[in-house]
Ligand binder design. Structure first.
Ligand code: NAD
Ligand code: UGA
Length: 463
């Protein structure tokens, strides 16, 4: 079967870029991305392409080319479901904040709503693709809902997890290490798998398109994120030991990374990993393991998150201790708020937690981030519910000018590794700061020696 019409439910960080690339690479397939969030869809349709809601290098060009040709953004979910042969579910699956599994399990309410909507609307057979990251065996639940509430049409469920990283989403999608497709093992299952393989084969080498059973595919996604996050927590654990022993974590990372069995990627010590998925997916893995009674497995993976929380907290503590045990009333400037460079996404960013700790110490925080709005920064802090909105507003100031934001600060903390920070006139920044002028480089991106020569007290991570 050749797919001619795709619908994607969820126009977020995954649905938007993924579908833009499919539409760009497959001009014969009509791709409609739908969302209940009207403002988001409006932004995707904005005539001024720079207003699309997600910032990713290269994304504007793809959308500009495909939008209106074979890529459409709409709030008419039912129409898009009705017309499509293949429906991707790309909605959010956050950590549950209530009830059973609160704080660990994935909240599947949006997934279930999608399944019920697909079932009620579909009048022809559909292939339903799990694009969201889901607990292993979710396909079973989706299938049950579809078969029990549908109109008698046939549904095939595929798992096709997404491995893109934000900031490099377009490159990751155009040139993926692999595409993973899990499906049923009977004839209909194979036919559905093949239909999706043929979509990707328009631009991905067939050797890189892996097919597995559904459960392996679902679990591989959680495993991949757990392994990646574990590497960051492992190197961050070593960073603390480096600080005590005179070793330099960058040198250690380089030395171990040259062992081809270890590999050099994902060994950058930092203020802690952020992003919407690492923590959520590991906690979900922990919950699943516990639900099968596998307590040692659960504890093993939970440690990755515990280490990460420790890394964020000790960064804040280090600032307070270094500034003579008080930051009360002192201006501390944050360079960066996003959870990594080249994205406007701030979900679970380390910056939020470091700011929260420093606000508890009565610091005045000033923030500059090239892509994050001041409303977002404030709402990230409000979301923690540590203090009132008015108190947050009082304690935090956002400035669009990197030099202004550093003026009269006692310390600068680098929270995101934006390239532009390296090119600043650090002498000029130093001249306008309170003395001694401290820099806490949570990303190890600045030239520490040069900063010390200027007069800064420079502290990186793990050195
Ligand atoms: P997101 O919050 O940016 O986007 C999800 C969108 O789904 C939202 O716009 C929301 O309004 C919409 N939505 C929710 N329920 C809906 C419904 N019933 N009908 C229509 N629209 C609905 O989330 P995201 O970052 O794109 O993540 C989506 C999934 O992909 C998650 O499971 C996540 O774990 C996974 N994932 C994310 C990334 C990433 O880099 N962000 C990478 C790989 C996988
Ligand atoms: C991550 C995975 O890399 C993707 O493969 C996956 O699809 C995605 O999660 C997901 O499922 O959501 P992402 O979170 O967008 O992608 O970005 P990463 O590059 O993985 O960075 C995550 C966090 O770890 C960032 O805060 C980053 O700064 C930090 N990090 C990463 C480090 O501190 N050190 C490193 O060496 C690498």
């Amino acid at each position: 079967m050749k797919v001619k019409n795709i619908c994607c439910i969820g126009a977020g960080y995954v649905g938007g870029p993924t579908m833009a690339v499919i539409a760009y690479k497959c001009p014969d397939i009509k791709v409609t991305v739908v969302d209940v969030n009207e403002a988001r869809i409006k932004a995707w349709n904005d005539e001024d392409i720079s207003n699309i809601p997600i910032y990713e290098p290269g994304l504007e060009d793809l959308v500009a080319e495909a939008r209106g040709r074979n890529l459409f953004f709409s709030t008419d979910v039912e129409k898009a479901i009705d017309e499509a042969e293949m429906i991707f579910i790309s909605v959010n699956t956050p950590t549950k904040t209530y009830g059973l599994g609160k704080g660990k399990a994935a909240d599947l309410k949006y997934i279930e709503l999608c399944a019920r909507q697909i079932a009620s609307v579909a009048k022809t057979d559909k292939i339903v693709v799990e694009k969201s990251t889901l607990p292993v065996r979710t396909a079973e639940a989706i299938k049950s809902i579809l078969d029990n509430t549908g109109n008698g049409v046939k549904f095939e469920i595929l798992s096709n997890p997404e491995f893109l990283a934000e900031g490099t989403a377009v490159q990751d999608l155009l040139n993926p290490d692999r595409v993973l497709i899990g499906g049923g093992t009977d004839e209909d299952g194979f036919a559905a798998i093949n239909a999706l393989v043929e979509v990707y084969a328009n631009w991905v080498d067939r050797e890189k398109i892996l097919t597995t059973n559904v459960w392996s595919s679902e679990l591989s996604k959680l495993t991949a994120n757990a392994f990646l996050a574990q590497r960051v927590s492992s190197i961050n654990a070593m960073s603390e030991l480096c600080e005590k022993t005179g070793a330099d974590v960058s040198e250690v990372a380089r030395a171990i990374g040259m062992d081809s069995r270890i590999g050099s990627k994902f060994l950058k010590a930092s203020v802690g990993f952020g992003g919407s998925c690492f923590q959520k997916d590991i906690l979900n893995l922990v919950y699943i393991a516990k639900s099968y009674g596998l307590h040692e497995v659960a504890d093993y993976w939970e440690q990755v998150v515990i280490m990460n929380d420790h890394q964020k907290r000790r960064f804040a503590v280090n600032i307070v201790k270094t500034l003579y045990n008080t930051v009360s009333g002192k201006k501390i400037t944050f360079l960066g708020w996003a959870f990594k460079k080249d994205t406007n996404d701030t979900r679970e960013s380390a910056a939020i937690y470091v700011a929260d700790d420093l606000l508890n110490e009565q610091a005045n925080i000033a923030v500059y981030d090239p892509k994050v709005s001041d409303q977002k920064i404030l709402s990230d802090l409000n979301y923690l519910e540590t203090r009132s909105e008015a108190e947050n507003r009082e304690g935090i100031e956002v400035n669009q000018d990197p030099y202004e934001v550093c003026k009269d600060a006692h310390a600068i903390a680098v929270l995101t590794e934006w390239d532009e920070f390296k090119g600043y006139d650090w002498q000029k920044i130093y001249d306008n700061m309170k003395k001694p002028a401290f820099v806490f480089d949570g990303r190890n991106i600045l030239d520490g020696e040069e900063l010390r020569r200027i007069g800064f007290v420079y502290k990186g991570i793990g050195r």
